[in-house]
Design a protein. Structure first.
Length: 146
């Protein structure tokens, strides 16, 4: 099992939910926008929890460093969490302009973040973690809940 395949697939699933929420908000379908946004937020936050509680510590233990890529990713996770809160507020207020503006910022942040993880961090994880450890790690991440 490759960490990069598993985690990249999760990125794509979250991207799809994000796009559905944005489309609904743009159309003024606030019930659907809220539903899809909550799915996006929950799946994204669950993905972050998998990384922060399982993947990053395993990588840091193997490399002996908590500085560098995992530190940057944690910082960016906090930025995303802040935008999630602002976007939820915009949905609650049914403020289309605010939501779409925040969605644009979120999309840019997530694209850059995901690219760094997919092209650098996940590839590094696949290189430094032995196959049996990667399999066990994926099993642990599958069980992570919010």
């Amino acid at each position: 099992m490759q960490i990069s395949n598993y985690m990249t697939h999760e990125h794509r699933d979250c991207d799809a939910l994000f796009a559905e929420a944005e489309k609904a908000a743009a159309a003024g379908d606030w019930a659907e926008a809220e539903k899809k946004f909550l799915e996006f937020a929950n799946e994204t936050l669950r993905h972050f929890k998998k990384e922060e509680e399982e993947l990053f510590p395993a990588f840091e233990a193997k490399t002996g460093s908590s500085e560098g890529p995992t530190q940057v990713m944690r910082f960016e996770h906090e930025q995303v969490r802040g935008l999630v809160g602002k976007m939820a507020d915009a949905i609650e207020k049914q403020d289309r302009d605010a939501y779409l503006s925040l969605a644009e910022s979120m999309m840019i942040l997530l694209q850059q973040h995901n690219m760094k993880e997919e092209q650098m961090l996940y590839a590094m994880c696949d290189r430094v973690l032995p196959p049996e450890e990667k399999s066990g790690l994926v099993e642990k991440m599958e069980k992570v809940e919010l």
